[in-house]
Design a protein around this ligand. Structure first.
Ligand code: SF4
Length: 409
């Protein structure tokens, strides 16, 4: 009798431990806010489509899109809030349902080695698989799709006009949409003279299917594709996507596992894996680090990050140190001192990195692209404006000594 009680207790304890392990490992799903699930799931909802990268497991499905590998019982959502098990199949809830669509200068992404000074058609859906305390776009990344506006205002066309003095300016026409399909996006990108489409603002990994279908159409229409991401994605989905990506911008949040755990809600290792996969793939990519004062900008973290990037990704990798501004859950911190960014840039250059930038500090010399051989400025910038571009007219080569600069110019 005693033995049976002991056995039951042991089983209960084991079940509790397993549950806690699932929660802490991020393998368990979250449920949508009460009363909202049914609103999104009728099959005729244009935002609800079959998702990819999932397999059935007992009493649910498992999503393999990102390193969380969420287990989803019927009706549950993944940590990203926008993928759900509906009727035993994984569904994306945000296909054709952007929450933010804008026409941006490519410098705003920031991407510096793709058509400087060009316009990029930029969009996002709600949701994100990370929980960054310094998120710049938390109003859209940390919401349920049900909380987003039902209609989005999107740039529809850009007419070039001249005023009385002959100064040319663009007149933007916008329209309101309740659904915005991949072919709509490509049509609007062409009508606004965009050179590329950027999947950005929140986290494009979580609207993978929407991004993938759009990127395939964009490629056929002669547009470039840019993904701005934290790189929290499994290798299989990443490799499939890279077929259509021209530039990938990876936000490397910091260089310690503790920082990723405590301030981003994720792990560093999968992001390093993504960077290594990108390097191997040959697709152009850039890395940006937001230096948060006192949290990830200490000398050791910075030195380790620079050394790892140089050794594993190469000296040609464009590397940005970006200035943090008080925001979201870290609004009690001061902005990053400019000296911190200047010091990090100097260290990276000293270590042999060739293209090192400072972000969010308009007027800094770290905004320019320099020839690594002769040291002359080849693209001069001020904030999001390009003041001079000597690369596009020279086939991506330094006009002074012929050095080839990696990029699409
Ligand atoms: S994409 Fe979303 S549902 Fe899939 S594993 Fe990542 S967080 Fe979970």
């Amino acid at each position: 009798m005693r033995g049976k009680v002991k056995q039951k207790l042991a089983l209960g304890l084991a079940a509790l431990t397993a549950c806690l392990a699932l929660v802490f490992c991020g393998l368990i799903s979250v449920h949508p806010p009460p009363g909202t699930f049914g609103a999104l799931c009728p099959v005729n909802n244009p935002g609800v489509r079959d998702g990819w990268f999932a397999s059935p497991v007992c009493n649910g499905v498992q999503c393999h899109l990102c390193p969380y590998n969420c287990f989803l019982p019927e009706g549950a959502r993944g940590r990203c809030r926008v993928r759900s098990n509906y009727g035993g199949r994984i569904k994306t809830l945000v296909y054709s349902k952007p929450v933010s669509v804008h026409l941006d200068p490519i410098e705003k992404k920031p991407v510096y080695h793709l058509y400087p000074g060009s316009l990029v058609y930029s969009l996002a859906t709600p949701g994100c698989n990370l929980k960054c305390k310094a998120c710049q776009n938390w109003e859209i990344s940390q919401i349920w799709p049900e909380e987003a506006a039902r209609r989005a205002v999107v740039p529809a066309a850009l007419a070039m006009k001249a005023d009385a003095s002959g100064r040319v300016y663009g007149e933007l026409k916008q329209k309101e949409v309740s659904a915005f399909s991949p072919s709509d996006i490509v049509a609007c990108a062409l009508a606004t003279h965009s050179k590329a489409i950027a999947y950005t603002y929140s986290e494009p990994v979580i609207f993978y299917e929407y991004m993938y279908d759009t990127a395939a159409l964009a490629r056929r229409a002669g547009l470039k594709n840019v993904m701005v991401s934290a790189g929290y994605i499994n290798r299989g989905p990443l490799l499939k996507l890279l077929k259509y990506m021209d530039v990938v911008k990876i936000d490397l949040k910091g260089f310690s596992p503790e920082f990723y755990r405590d301030y981003a809600g994720g792990r560093l290792e999968p992001v390093k894996e993504t960077l290594l996969t990108l390097k191997k793939s040959g697709v152009l990519f850039e890395v940006v680090n937001l230096a948060v004062p006192g949290l990830n900008d200490d000398g050791k973290s910075m030195a380790d990050m620079i050394a790892w990037i140089k050794t594993n990704l190469g000296a040609d990798t464009p590397l940005f140190f970006s200035r943090f501004m008080p925001n979201y859950q870290l609004d009690n911190l001061p902005p990053t001192p400019v000296e911190t960014l200047t010091r990090a840039r100097a260290e990276a250059l000293k270590a042999g990195m060739k293209y090192v930038y400072i972000g969010n500090v308009p007027g800094s010399e770290g905004e320019n692209t320099y020839c690594p051989k002769c040291g002359r400025a080849l693209v001069r910038r001020y904030g999001y404006a390009v003041l001079e571009n000597l690369l596009s007219s020279n086939g991506g080569r330094c006009p002074y000594d012929g050095t080839k600069i990696p990029g699409i110019w």
